[in-house]
Design a protein around this ligand. Structure first.
Ligand code: 5AD
Ligand code: FES
Length: 344
């Protein structure tokens, strides 16, 4: 009943999402997966887009309880790439066929607005045919405006949870859901392609908070949605918490594809870490993006948001070959175009 309604209307009420999440079976999962796959193909065919992820700093002024690079983790070995190293990562990526670069980092005060603007302009002038995505957390409307004017195209900022009480259980007091949401709406109004998202199975998450995530996603209508299982990091307060379920992540990927048929949805590294075939399963469940790492291998292990992260020893070219095969193994084609969101 609810499955049919979701497929027909691309939307359910909060109570209906809760009911769906409380009672899902293998049969529901498969029905939703088949519809998610159909919708994805309707807009994107068998294409899977690739993004070169450059994790350029693991310094962070925040203290999110789940994250391995939180400020209070004195065991984290901190690094920052120089502008030259960032540009070299782009060059490696460009030569491998990447046409989207994602600059991701902790909230590092060293990378002031001026420094970021300079880096954005440099990348966009060297690679005008590439899309540039930023993932560097919360900044002011004016700063986001400067980033946009400098040439940034997209921005990833997971909302983490749409339930305020839950948000406060995952973050210390200086962070708030309200300001996170303001950022997302600012980014949208400035014309960025915007990505939101959350971890599946984060501590204190319930089907009710997940239902609120789904309602929020429908309302925000982001161009990209990143979800992956919560994976404990030994250096955090949540070290002993249980990891998120791969199965439930797959279910949610299919639901999100149905709610937002045109969205760009990655099969995340966290999903690939939780299950050796996680990314392939994610692609089959509705994801259409992969984000291999382009950072120098020397720093890879240090960008450790959670334990046992995959692909930290591989060169970019190795991941590229590996992913090409993995994507093909489930019947899709890894393409090297920019992969902007589908707009009619
Ligand atoms: N497990 C899984 N995902 C995590 N993230 C941060 N810490 C973890 C963890 N322990 C996710 C957050 C963040 C994104 C960059 O990585 O959702 O937004
Ligand atoms: Fe990195 Fe497989 S994608 S080794």
């Amino acid at each position: 009943m609810l499955v049919e309604k979701l497929i027909k209307e691309h939307c359910l009420s909060k109570e209906e999402y809760i009911e769906l999440l409380d009672n899902y079976t293998a049969d529901t999962m498969e029905k939703l997966r088949v519809e998610a796959d159909r919708l994805k193909r309707q807009y994107y065919g068998d294409k899977v887009f690739t993004r070169g992820l450059i994790e350029f700093t693991n310094y962070c002024k925040n203290n999110c309880y789940y994250c391995g690079i939180r400020l209070d983790n004195k065991n984290a070995s901190r690094y920052r790439l120089t502008e030259e190293e960032i540009l070299l990562s782009c060059k490696t990526g460009y030569d491998l066929g990447f046409r989207t670069f994602v600059l991701q980092g902790g909230e590092d005060p060293y990378f002031t607005d001026d420094r970021m603007v300079e880096i954005i302009k440099e990348i966009k002038s060297l690679y005008p045919d590439c899309a540039l995505t930023l993932s560097i957390g919360e900044r002011s409307h004016d700063t986001y405006k400067r980033f946009k004017e400098a040439g940034a195209d997209r921005y990833l900022l997971r909302h983490e949870t749409a339930n305020e009480e839950h948000y406060n259980k995952l973050h210390p007091e200086n962070l708030s859901l309200k300001s996170r949401m303001e950022c997302l709406y600012d980014l949208k109004s400035l014309g960025f392609q915007v990505g939101a998202g959350f971890m599946v199975g984060s501590p204190y998450q319930t089907n009710e908070t997940l239902a609120e995530d789904l309602v929020f996603l429908k309302e925000l209508d982001p161009d990209m949605v990143g979800i992956g299982p919560f994976l404990p990091s030994h250096d955090t307060i949540f070290a002993d918490c249980e990891k998120g379920s791969v199965e439930k992540t797959l279910l949610l990927l299919s639901i999100i594809r149905i709610i937002l048929p045109k969205a760009l949805i990655p099969a995340t590294t966290a999903l690939g870490t939780a299950d050796p075939k996680g990314r392939e399963k994610g692609l089959l469940a509705g994801a259409n993006v992969v984000m291999p790492n382009l950072s120098p291998v020397t720093v890879r292990k240090k960008y450790s948001l959670y334990d046992d992260k995959i692909c930290t020893g591989e060169e970019a070219a190795e991941c590229q070959g590996c992913l090409t095969r993995r994507v093909a193994s489930v019947g899709f084609q890894l393409v090297s175009e920019r992969g902007d969101v589908y707009r009619d």
